[in-house]
Design a protein around this ligand. Structure first.
Ligand SMILES: C[S@@+](CC[C@H](N)C(=O)[O-])C[C@H]1O[C@@H](n2cnc3c(N)ncnc32)[C@H](O)[C@@H]1O
Length: 341
């Protein structure tokens, strides 16, 4: 973990994605380990691509210190990228973008990027890029006019009507401005695993004991709850929207013999009633984390702790958080803890 006075510097460096360049031994060790891991993953991806006669340009220096398990592979065109996506999916990567179906096809064409991820003790994210291919007339529009995930969320159009997404965008922005729409509010992001290495520190920060009920809002495969129940003896409740992840989490819980201590609920963590717990764990995109933490704190009884962690600054955190950098093994994050008196 980051120490004493340097914790603010560490937090700022994490937010600015420059932890690897810092003169701090703990940060240097973690970033070197992450850099090596990313290089290994890229080598693996290249070998998978070579089997399909594909080559990609890789962004960044091989094995250079890094704080994110992330790499970008760029291809000549979308056709090559699509073959690469298939090959990497066969090799264990999963599509990570929030927009699927016909809207997903259009999104990829217009933005020239698709994201894949593979979960193990950490999540490795591969960004697959290619020169985007908007028709010439749209080519001249500013970047701000190009539809984003929130536009694709509002309406799902047949593929042939894709130019209408450019029309949807200004209306969507206007509706958000006047408060008629809260696009993306229910999206807590895709499954990105909290690195195992930081779990003991995060659980220490929340002072998690056998008397606690830990609630993980957006619990993915349930590994945070399983780790907590195994090492701290607490009970756990997970809320997860994705039915495949709910099934995976329930299977893991059973496999670990923890069915009497951990429940996994399928549902939307942003609406309806919250499960009763003493510690709430939140690892979702920064904007959504603020809303979710505020929601929990509005309903929390005395003694409740709310723990959020993220590598990005929280745009509007509820007041009263204690924040600190957490760096351990291959895990880098910033934790925020609210304790209800
Ligand atoms: C970043 S992952 C965190 C997984 C796990 N808590 C961890 O820390 O390893 C966020 C999770 O929230 C889930 N999710 C997204 N929107 C949700 C919603 N509205 N309600 C419940 N879960 C949601 C995603 O499927 C994903 O598994």
């Amino acid at each position: 973990m980051g120490t004493g006075d340097s914790t603010t510097d560490l937090m700022t460096a994490i937010y600015e994605d420059r932890l690897g360049g810092l003169d701090d031994p703990v940060a240097a060790r973690a970033c070197t380990a992450i850099g090596h891991r990313v290089a290994e993953e890229v080598e693996l991806a290249k070998a998978v691509l070579a089997e399909r006669d594909l080559a990609a340009t890789v962004e960044g220096e091989p094995a250079a210190p890094a704080q994110r398990h992330w790499a970008r592979l760029t291809f000549q065109n979308q056709a090559a990228a699509e073959v690469a996506i298939d090959a990497l999916t066969d090799a264990g990567y999963r599509p990570w973008d929030a927009v699927h179906g016909p809207a997903g096809v259009v999104r990829r064409r217009l933005r020239g990027v698709a994201t894949l991820a593979r979960n193990s003790d950490v999540t490795m994210v591969l960004e697959i890029g290619w020169p985007p291919d908007p028709p010439p007339i749209l080519d001249r529009l500013p970047e701000a006019a190009v539809p984003t995930d929130n536009d694709f969320d509002v309406v799902s159009l047949p593929e042939a009507l894709w130019p209408l997404y450019y029309v949807v965008r200004p209306f969507r922005l206007l509706a958000e401005r006047v408060g008629l729409l809260d696009a993306g509010a229910r999206r807590l992001g895709p499954f990105l695993s909290t690195p195992h290495d930081v779990l003991p520190t995060l659980h220490d920060l929340a002072d998690l004991t056998a008397d606690d009920v830990l609630v993980d809002l957006g619990c993915g495969d349930g590994h945070v709850l399983i780790h907590a129940a195994t090492t701290r003896g607490c009970r756990g409740i997970g809320v997860e929207r994705d039915p495949d992840l709910v099934a995976a989490a329930r299977a893991e819980v059973k496999e670990h013999g923890l069915s009497d201590r951990i429940e996994i609920h399928q549902g939307d963590a942003t609406s309806g009633s919250l499960p009763a717990g003493t510690v709430y764990f939140i690892f979702v995109p920064a904007e959504a984390a603020c809303n979710l933490a505020a929601r929990v704190l509005r309903n929390a009884g005395s003694g409740t702790r709310v723990l959020v962690h993220e590598q990005h600054p929280l745009p509007k955190p509820p007041p009263g958080a204690e924040s600190q950098a957490v760096i351990s093994g291959q895990g880098v994050t910033v934790a925020h803890l609210w304790s209800v008196p």
